[in-house]
Design a protein. Structure first.
Length: 114
């Protein structure tokens, strides 16, 4: 068993990519932080261009990441940028966002709308 530690941003991105690339299928993989298969991916974007960002978190340890700009595949459940914050946070709970290791680009969860 691995000793308990906090997963790095890079480990989160690796897990995210596995889940993202499997879309529109949802796959269950262990959380890079706590090991539970309770990861959630929620995409938020522009319904016309299908460009947005991803929120990726673990419902067990409530850690996760938020990506910069990404393409949202068709047929995948997506929330609109226009959704009121209150409604949006019903889909995406407040979790602790691991800041990217690479610079400080677009680290805020809803930063792409500005
Ligand atoms: Zn976890």
């Amino acid at each position: 068993m691995e000793p308990r530690r906090t997963a790095t941003w890079y480990e989160w991105i690796q897990a995210y990519e596995r889940v993202y690339l499997a879309l529109p299928k949802s796959i269950r993989i262990p959380c890079p932080n706590c090991g539970q298969a309770t990861l959630r991916l929620q995409l938020t974007g522009n319904p016309e261009t299908h460009v947005g960002f991803a929120s990726f978190w673990c419902t067990t340890c409530m850690l996760g990441i938020s990506t910069g700009r990404c393409n949202i595949p068709h047929g995948v459940d997506m929330l609109s940028f226009d959704l009121p914050d209150e409604e949006w946070s019903r889909h995406v709970p407040q979790y602790k966002v691991i800041p990217p290791d690479l610079g400080r680009r677009r680290r805020s969860v809803r930063g792409l709308t500005s």
